[in-house]
Structures are given as structure tokens and as C-alpha cells.
Design a protein around this ligand. Sequence first.
Ligand SMILES: [Zn+2]
Length: 289
Amino acid sequence: VSAAWHRVGAFELHPVVEFEGPRMAPQQLLPELDQDRLADLLPRLPAGCVDAASGFLVTSVHTWVVRGPDGLTVLVDTCFGNRKPRPGFPGFHMQETDWLARLGALGVERGQVTHVINTHLHLDHVGWNTELVNGSWRPTFPAARYLMPRRELAAGPSGAAGWNRDCFEDSIAPVVAAGLVRPVEPPHRVASGLTLVAAPGHSPGMMVLAVADGGGGGVLVGGDPLHHPLQLLAPDLSTRFCEDTALAASTRRSLLSRCADEGWAIAATHLVSPRFLAVQREGNAFAPT
Ligand SMILES: [Zn+2]
């Protein structure tokens, strides 16, 4: 039995968690963060963002399920997946989790999923696109359209960062071969009230899903516009996984400005506490409301 779904306008949202916990030291994730600045920022973070024992940042890998009118069932980002060789990411290499059972426990059968959105083609956002069946990778959601950024799909593995190349063969090519992929150019309207908007920098074609509340605001779901609430307080800090750190920072600032000024929350893939981050301006940066 799961906690209540989050309601946003005509939609209901629920996370399906694959991993949650302390994962990295702050400077491991954010190489430009120095010790003095960290000491200044730490007391201003929301509760639960940093593991007291290790000092590691608490992060998550989860999928957002978005349910809407007429059976619309959207998965935003699909985590690392099961049994995938990821030697560069030891914690996730060949892992097996109960992610699919957790999705089922929400009352979502795989055949009911109408859309899978990969906000960008990084290995922690495409894993459950496929599963291993009798030795070959098959689409996990055979009735879904898989929406992917056209630019990253066109670039393929040779255009991806080296640490990210493994996922194309086992998580992207099989759904392309099955004819399920729709390349997307943002802004792209998925359905009434659901729009994919451009958020480049972390990766060249990244998008986030704007879920409108019908009153002018809503929530920006999925992707990696920020990895941790530290980047709300210090939006100039990009992660070591951001492919264009300057563009990632300018995208982060513009999305957070929209959140603060227009009543949007941010529900990025790796945020834990809170998963819905409501934002206000604070000086030249931002803070949780
Ligand atoms: Zn990510």
C-alpha cells in the first residue's frame, strides 16, 4: 500500500523509487564547491538532504508516474534498470531491484503505460525502457510510445559522454527496433496540460515535463536540472555529470526563476526531501519555500 498520490490539476503523480540514500560526498557531485561555501550552505538545507553520519548527500533515483484523464499513464525517466552491465557505476552494475513490482503495487500494469518519457539519454534515465527476456533486451512497456530528445537520439552512442555509452545498446536500440520511439523536439505537447520543455546543458537535448495545474502554475517533472537542493542555494554549481556546465547553470537559473515567479515546483529525478521542491528567490539565488 503506497502513500497518497500527489494531485496537480487534472493529474496524479507518484514516484517509483529504485535507489534512495547517501551516495556521494558533496564535492564528488559538485566539483566546484569548496569547503567554506559548503559550511555556509549546509545549515540552510531542508531536513534530510545530507546523511549526518557520512556527510554524504542523500539522493534518489526514481521514476515519476503521471496519471491523467482518459487512461493517460506516463512514466518520466526509467532509472538504471535490472541486470544492466554498468562497470563504471559499481553500485548499479548488474543490479536487481523490485522497481517493476513497486510500479505494479501502485496499480499500474505494464500494458497500461501509454507514454515513456526519457528526458535525456543518460544511463540512469533509460534503464527500465527494456528488460532481459530469454537473453535478449525487450521493451518493458510494449503498448507505450517512448518519447526521446531527437538530438540525443540522432547523436547516438558516439555522440554521448564516454561513461554513458553502454546504455544505447541495451536500453535504447531495442525500443527503436521495436518501432516504439518518437523523437521529440521541445517544446512538445504530450497531452493537454503536459508539455516537454527544453532544458539543455546537463545533456545536449535534455527536456523536463511541465505538468500544468490549470491555474497558471504546476510542477516541472523529471530530468536533471538539479541533482540536490544545494543547487537551489547555489545555482551556479553544476555536477560532474553535466556535459556543458555553463549551459546547465544558465538553464537551472532560468527554470528556478520560472518556479519562483510563476508558482511552479520542481520534481527532478534525484531529489528526495522534498521530492516537490517549491522555490522562492533569495538574493541572487533561491531557497525552499
Ligand atoms: Zn540523472
